[in-house]
Ligand binder design. Structure first.
Ligand SMILES: [Zn+2]
Ligand SMILES: [Zn+2]
Length: 129
């Protein structure tokens, strides 16, 4: 189960949601500039994700075990290492609206998307799929 947190900005009063990982069927990428989170499903990554799974050697999670094992046994392409996968995901994800880049390993920051303020109060935690 992944989860998301609701925040209220203490500067402008805006409410916003920050996605947190981990999640069995998606990654949460973060913008390296504004710190916003964005969920990306493995299915969206397609080939990139399959090549990484193929290179893992063991299933990524219990939920995806059957799929991952099958892929690892039958995959015939070029597997990706962790570093290659990270670079490929960052490339695939492109840019955030703020001009920053979406990154797999960017630190999760809490920053108001309206005023860019970093002072915010957590109001709620929501479970996501
Ligand atoms: Zn704000
Ligand atoms: Zn951004």
């Amino acid at each position: 189960m992944g989860y998301a947190e609701r925040y209220r900005c203490t500067t402008c009063g805006n409410h916003f949601t920050v996605a947190r990982g981990p999640n069995m069927f998606s990654h949460v990428l973060h913008c390296d500039r504004c710190g916003l989170g964005r969920g990306v499903r493995f299915a969206e990554l397609g080939d990139i994700h399959e090549r990484w799974i193929a290179g893992l050697g063991s299933p990524w999670s219990i939920a995806t075990m059957q799929h991952d094992r099958h892929l690892q046994e039958t995959f015939e392409g070029e597997p990706l290492t962790d570093e290659e996968y990270e670079a490929a995901v960052d490339e695939w994800a492109g840019s955030c609206e703020c001009g920053g880049r979406w990154r797999l390993k960017a630190p999760a920051q809490v920053r108001c998307p309206t005023c860019r303020g970093v002072e915010a109060i957590r109001t709620e935690t929501l479970l996501t799929d």
